[in-house]
Write a protein that binds this ligand. Sequence first.
Ligand code: IMP
Length: 197
Amino acid sequence: MDIVFATNNENKTREIRNILGNYCNLLSLNDLNIKEDIPENEPTLEGNALYKARYIHNILNMNVFADDTGLEVDFLNGLPGVKSARFAGENNDSDANIDKLLSMMGNSKNRKARFRTVIALILEGEEYIFEGIVNGRIISVRRGSDGFGYDPVFVPEGYTRTFAEMSLTGKNKISHRARAIEKLRIFLDGYYSPQKK
Ligand code: IMP
């Protein structure tokens, strides 16, 4: 079965191909020579993920899924949330985003936060949503140099190191994205299990 992942991000595609394994032949937009930058203007992660999946489904009429992720900070009532990539401005600068986050949080005692990934799947014309969450807290000084985005200031619950101090393999065992993809994998596994064929 072919399934399209509505992204041009080859790192994400590789990571997801790795998790989904042999269930399906995962195709990225690059594989299909689709160069469009799909707009992400919806007010929620679910809205953006669905918009992207529908956008590509309308072009290709193939099975497709899309994802959207945000960091949701309790003290900031869920911000940066859907605005995570461009929190400090249009150019998606992680350093500036972290600076803005830390300055808005000040010395707040409530440092609770979570990363949330939403995956929207359109399979045989039906829409499905999957969610992966990792809870944690925001520290006030950056630590670590691996990873990307807000990783240097996010410590997952039950750990002492930030995501940026973990190996990629370690992070991928517990990350929001990995959890959402695992739900997608289990769903596809059930959908295409021998009993259903
Ligand atoms: P996207 O929807 O995966 O493109 O994620 C949107 C934004 O959320 C990214 O630009 C990052 O700022 C942030 N983000 C997503 N996933 C992670 C992560 O695993 N670590 C740190 N930041 C992330």
